[in-house]
Design a binder for this molecule. Structure first.
Ligand SMILES: Cc1ncc(COP(=O)(O)O)c(C=O)c1O
Length: 421
């Protein structure tokens, strides 16, 4: 591997997380002729923060470990100080997301996956289900329901880049879907297809949508997300938001299967209300809670939900504009109305590329080696390409500084292909 030496040197010289910023080496003009082939000069500017991972996502720009000093470490989460922090995390989430007062919000184990599984295992089976998926996480929930819970379900799927027509869904069944497909970059444009007077429950995995996209609470009975996505928190815990109708189902229906303790939200047929004021089922990480509270603080400082959404929109637009300006790259999402403003997924469209997966990996590797874009390879089950996280913790200036590097890496790889031919 001809670049190995350079890659390792650069990797070793990378700064520790969230301490220092890269210096920008001076660069010369756009093209350099080297012997018989053309090399593209490296861009002059580097992103100050090259973290564009789709999870865990970049920490808020103001993040410092010292900011977590107020975490009640070594104290019981059941002590007044711990309970107060957990309650604040719930109340501030409600305020920032505009969750209605009669919806319950709980902090549950095992990140977003924990929250989705808890909802599906506790609520499904009372009526027929409809499982809707347009990428790998949604497909995972289909597997759970069809193969593990073995529930009578209609399965509706769309290929990567497309979305299921949500007007074709029967909302008198319980419907499970993912608002923003993190691995395809396809999102629900809105909740218009979901009737307010439905009989079934809607269970929505909104982990890469919450804090970046409008969620219509009257259309959602269960909403889940993890702190590690748009707010750049830690992955330890999931957030589970329940409508009054979801609570009614919990109190009136007992699944046919056994429920492990960490999934149990009722006792004696009544909701365990404590879970929804911060009395978590098992021990939470108070460090992760403190980190989430700090992220919420920062979110307020940039204008709350609207400010976060505007940041994600601006980031995504910078990438979309780049795609419009370059005919060798395109958004994986077919319909502009469904293009994600958080997990922006891209495909290479240049017909000189012989093996799409190898090419995309090589581009991502080049960018990582330069320390200008970390973790932007497409998800392992998704079509070959790149995925650039554009959630609110990412600075637009960093996206703008990274894109010329993407142009550089693309042309460098095309050149390498030509040399190899
Ligand atoms: C749509 C979606 N659902 C679920 C998950 C799993 O989240 P976690 O690992 O936080 O449980 C992810 C993670 O990227 C996701 O994007």
């Amino acid at each position: 591997m001809r670049h190995n030496g350079r890659i390792f040197r650069l990797a070793r010289s990378m700064p520790p997380a969230y301490t220092q910023r890269w210096d920008t080496p001076p660069q010369r003009g756009a093209l350099i002729w080297k012997g018989s082939y053309m090399a593209i000069a490296k861009p002059a500017t580097r992103p100050a923060n090259p973290r564009f991972s789709s999870g865990p996502c970049a920490k808020p720009p103001v993040f410092k470990l010292e900011n977590l000093a107020d975490a009640p470490l070594g104290r019981s989460h059941r002590a007044a100080v711990g309970k107060a922090k957990l309650k604040a995390a719930i109340e501030e989430t409600r305020e920032l997301l505009g969750v209605p007062a009669d919806y319950r919000i709980g902090i549950v184990p095992a990140s977003d996956t924990g929250a989705v599984e808890m909802a599906m295992w506790s609520l499904l089976g009372a009526r027929k289900a409809t499982m809707v998926a347009w990428e790998s996480f949604g497909a995972g929930w289909v597997t759970d329901v069809v193969k593990q819970l073995k529930i009578d379900a209609e399965v509706k799927t769309a290929d990567y880049g497309k979305i299921v027509d949500m007007t074709t869904v029967d909302y008198n069944t319980d419907v499970v879907f993912t608002w923003n497909g993190t691995t395809s970059g396809v999102r629900m444009p809105n909740g218009d297809a979901i009737p307010v007077d439905r009989e079934g429950l809607t269970i929505c995995d909104a982990t890469s949508a919450a804090f970046a996209q409008d969620l219509p609470w009257d259309k959602l009975d269960v909403t889940t997300f993890s702190w590690q996505k748009v707010l750049g928190g830690e992955a330890a815990h999931g957030m589970l938001i329940l409508s009054p109708r979801a609570v009614e189902r919990l109190e009136s229906y007992t699944p046919a299967w056994p429920l492990p303790k960490i999934f149990r939200m009722t006792k004696g047929g009544k909701l365990i209300e404590g879970i929804f004021v911060g009395e978590t089922i098992n021990t939470p990480s108070m460090l992760a809670v403190e980190d989430y509270l700090q992220a919420l603080d920062w979110a307020r400082s940039v204008g709350g939900f609207k400010g976060l959404m505007a940041r994600a929109d601006a980031n995504a637009k910078a990438v979309w504009d780049f795609c419009d300006a370059n005919d060798w790259i395109a958004n994986l999402a077919d319909d502009p109305a469904t293009q994600s403003n958080t997990s922006v997924c891209l495909k290479f469209t240049d017909n000189r590329i012989t093996d799409g997966a190898v090419f995309a990996k090589a581009v991502a590797k080049r960018l990582e080696a330069e320390g200008v874009a970390l973790d932007i390879g497409a998800y392992r089950d998704a079509p070959a390409g790149l995925r650039i996280w554009c959630g609110g913790t990412v600075e637009t200036a960093d996206i703008q500084a990274m894109l010329p590097w993407l142009d550089w890496a693309f042309h460098a790889e095309i050149e390498a292909l030509a040399q190899a031919a």
